[in-house]
Ligand binder design. Structure first.
Ligand code: HAM
Length: 458
């Protein structure tokens, strides 16, 4: 325990200076945010939608830890990428292991697939996940240090039909998310080739960079030697004209990669999915082979990618696993929520994702507390959302609370109701009130809640 305002925590190998002023408010960490109940309803709704749509395509959920060995990401995402070189939250644990908060989950999913020998089951694994990721980026609208992804990975097939099926599933999900969909979006697609055709392209790219390198930013000067493909990640405005003149990998694909790409695009056409071929889309992670893609939305600002993904046929081998082709995507859930909310504003009747309170039980006088509690328990037992006050309160105060909580009905019982064996049930949306036999209240509420405006049950 600290005895003074400034204290030092000492652990084996770890030493932190914690300066804290008593009574000073502690705020959330930069780039992180609290999601309050009012907004979490929509988060839950899109998670439900994802589970339903992904389930229909026979994806199964996997949950992996948020903490991983740093080397997992260095080896797969790539030591030269911004994510690994600049953005990971990395620390030495007490036993001097170097750990990182996951900046993405594809590497973790493949690690788990290898660690648990799922490849021995002789089947294709279709996995999905949702949860927080961590990147120490400069926070701005749509960019956080703790953000959330809903992602999916298919392990065990290099067929272009996998790419097409997953993109089809994504489009279906985006149309259904939140009950209103995400509105207009654009699918950008490219191929980054494979280890067979990429070396030739990288030579061409290096040659093209040679005469212009000195006019580029420091990062690009370094990347042009160490990992020239990463030059396409550059956001420095002054470099963009040079970058737009560089040769693209799409022109250097070998026959197999070209065929793969052509099959994916013709499958998309057959499925009625529109796309834009974007030859400079290489994406900020090193593990990609062949197909890469992003979906953008004009409803977002500068950070307009709602999701991104692609094929990663060599990733399993990078982690010491057997050759296992893979394909997947991750949706930025924070951004998805923004586009769904925007789309909802455009609809005639804006949806309410909140699960309303069905009943508020009002008890007047000490003798009513027990029976009120019993009724409340009975309603809750039937999954009817019910609240009850913990303190004795006047009728006025209780009814005020019922409406503040947005209850659809108030059930009122005091001495007179107890004596009569009938409680008052007031519909707070119409103001109508009637006495109902105690034993009939459950069925009465069920029937009323199942009616035209009866969204509150269950
Ligand atoms: P990514 O493009 O790095 O890909 O991230 C996917 C999505 O996560 C982005 O399109 C964006 O919507 C969201 N995102 C990324 N960083 C942030 C941030 N700082 N704040 C808010 N949202 C963010 C991957 O992570 C790959 N693992 C995708 C994948 C799966 N590829 C194959 N399988």
């Amino acid at each position: 325990m600290c005895s003074s305002f400034a204290c030092v925590l000492r652990g084996a190998g770890a030493r932190f200076n914690i300066v804290s002023t008593k009574n000073e408010k502690i705020r959330s960490v930069k780039g992180t945010r609290d999601l309050l109940p009012g907004e979490v309803y929509l988060w839950q709704r899109v998670e439900e939608d994802a589970r339903r749509v992904f389930g229909a395509y026979h994806f199964e959920e996997i949950r992996t830890p948020v903490l991983e060995q740093t080397s997992l990401f260095a080896r797969t995402v790539g030591a030269e990428t911004d994510i690994v070189a600049k953005e990971m939250f990395t620390f030495n644990d007490r036993d001097s292991e170097t750990l990182s908060l996951r900046p993405e989950a594809t590497a973790s999913v493949v690690r788990a697939y290898i660690e648990h020998s799922l490849y021995n089951e002789g089947r294709i694994y279709k996995l999905y996940y949702m949860g927080p990721m961590f990147r120490r980026e400069r926070p701005q609208k749509g960019r956080y240090r703790q953000f959330y992804q809903i992602g999916a990975e298919v392990l065990g097939s290099d067929s272009p039909l996998v790419d097409a099926e997953v993109l089809e599933m994504l489009v279906l999900f985006l149309q259904q998310a939140g009950g209103v969909g995400v509105g207009q979006f654009t699918l950008l697609i490219n191929s980054v080739g494979c280890p067979q055709c990429r070396p030739d392209y990288l030579k061409t790219l290096k040659n093209a960079l040679e005469p212009v390198r000195s006019r580029m930013c420091g990062d690009c000067q370094r990347r042009s030697v160490t990992n020239p493909l990463r030059v396409f990640d550059c956001k420095v405005p002054g470099d963009q004209e040079i970058i737009s003149g560089l040769p693209t990998i799409l022109d250097s694909l070998d026959v197999e990669c070209r065929q793969h790409f052509d099959t994916v695009t013709s499958e998309l056409k057959q499925r009625g999915i529109e796309y834009q071929i974007t030859p400079r889309l290489v994406r900020g992670l090193d593990y990609y082979t062949r197909t890469t893609f992003e979906i953008t939305s004009a409803a977002l600002g500068a950070q307009d990618a709602v999701l991104g993904g692609g094929r990663y046929d060599g990733l399993s081998e990078m982690l010491g696993g057997p050759p296992t082709p893979g394909f997947g995507f991750a949706i930025g859930q924070d951004r998805l929520i923004t586009v769904v909310s925007e789309a909802a504003k455009q609809t005639a009747t804006a949806p309410d994702w909140k699960e309303p309170l069905a009943a508020y039980v009002v008890w007047l006088g000490e003798r009513a507390q027990g029976p009120a509690q019993e009724l409340t328990r009975k309603l809750r037992g039937q999954n009817i959302r019910t609240a009850i006050g913990f303190e004795p309160a006047s009728m006025k105060k209780s009814m005020g609370m019922a409406s503040r909580l947005g209850a659809r009905f108030a059930v009122i019982l005091g001495e007179a109701e107890l004596a009569e064996g009938k409680y008052q049930v007031k519909d707070l949306s119409t103001g109508q009130q009637e006495p109902v036999e105690v034993d009939g209240i459950l069925n009465y509420l069920k029937a009323r809640l199942a009616g035209p405006e009866g969204r509150a049950a269950g």
